[in-house]
Write a protein that binds this ligand. Structure first.
Ligand code: DAH
Length: 341
């Protein structure tokens, strides 16, 4: 009746999953052979039915087992075929990819950060959207000061909790008070980052440029401490021991305030195009932190003193690499960027 041997050798001949499906339909599916055999049991006598049932079950088990083994074997083969077809030869050479690099501004900023860190400064970038209080009042600039005018500062539509418009910071000094409160005193902190001013753009002005602020707060700090620190930082940044000169300068958040010049890094004070033969270049604004600013951080100015400065990173990079127009830094011209890669 059912020749298991013949069925199995038929199964042997099956060579793909499609044929295997046909085999299943033929012997194990609803309509066919073995299933059909079970149906015929209905017309057999009770004794025959028992023997027939046993035989059929045995046959079904054996064929099912062989079928499952075959299915496993063919599926594995199929997967291997697909994997082989998809094989990527990772040892093959490809076209070389363009490699990115830091922008020249990021390089100079990172160098300044390294100098700050080597002197034990905390680095905190602050944030670029600030309140008018942070940018102006906290650093002793009254809201009636011309710097707060629409034509000097970039205003946002969003309001701060006091109902005043938020602005883009015009200097990193906006974080001095916040940082004193956040980290406590004594404090040595560097704050590099972008600042924004409502400027008409030309070769030396942009609406966005980069500054690297620094602030030191401690007891009994003097102008001598300040000058020494500036001398060290600028010498490191300019890559050689550099004489500095401090001239009086006005910033509302310092008293006294200074403009700091360094001997021209190109001609060493002999006179050249860069320094326009005045031998020095103006590098930063600075001063002894104003008592009002110290008070705004909840500290007693009779006890705590400090000095702070802002280095123009864009300016420094322009000087160092002889870049005549600072708009090159941000105009996205790859020829420019690649020349510093
Ligand atoms: N905030 C000044 C500017 O944007 C630079 C500056 C001057 C920073 C004096 C200071 C400072 O911390 O004490 O031009």
């Amino acid at each position: 009746m059912i020749d298991i041997k013949a069925i199995k050798s038929e199964l042997e001949m099956v060579s793909d999953l499609e044929q295997l499906d046909a085999f299943f339909q033929k012997y194990l599916g609803k309509k066919w052979s073995i299933t059909e055999g079970f149906k015929q049991m209905g017309s057999a006598s009770p004794e025959e039915r028992k023997a027939l049932g046993q035989k059929l079950t045995e046959a079904k088990d054996q064929v099912t087992e062989a079928y499952e083994a075959k299915e496993m074997e063919l599926s594995r083969e199929k997967i291997n075929q697909l994997l082989n077809a998809d094989l990527v030869d990772i040892s093959l050479d490809t076209q070389p990819l363009d490699q990115g690099s830091y922008s020249v501004l990021a390089k100079v900023r990172r160098e300044i950060e390294e100098v700050y860190k080597s002197l034990g400064f905390i680095i905190d970038y602050g944030h670029e959207i600030v309140t008018k209080y942070e940018n102006f009042e906290s650093v002793n600039i009254p809201l009636t000061h011309p710097a707060t005018e629409m034509h000097d500062t970039i205003y946002l539509n969003d309001l701060d909790p006091k109902g005043l418009p938020l602005i883009l910071r015009t200097h990193n000094s906006a974080h001095q008070v916040q940082d004193m409160m956040k980290y406590g005193v004594p404090l040595k902190l560097g704050s590099p980052g972008r600042v924004y001013r409502f400027e008409s753009m030309d070769a030396s002005h942009d609406v966005m440029f980069r500054y690297a602020e620094g602030i030191v707060i401690d007891k009994n700090l003097s102008i001598a401490n300040f000058k020494d620190t500036m001398q060290k930082i600028l010498s490191w940044i300019l890559g050689k021991k550099t004489e500095i000169r401090m001239r009086p300068g006005y910033f509302p958040f310092v008293e006294p305030g200074f403009e700091i010049d360094a001997a021209c890094p190109i001609c060493d004070g002999k006179g050249c195009n860069l320094c326009k033969n005045v031998w020095r270049i103006e590098l930063l604004g600075a001063g002894m932190v104003h008592p009002e600013v110290i008070k705004n951080a909840g500290l007693d100015p009779a006890e705590w003193s400090g000095f702070a400065w802002g280095i123009g990173v864009s300016r420094l990079a322009a000087i160092r690499y002889g870049i005549k127009d600072i708009r090159y830094f941000t105009n996205g011209d790859l020829r420019f960027s690649k020349s510093f890669a």
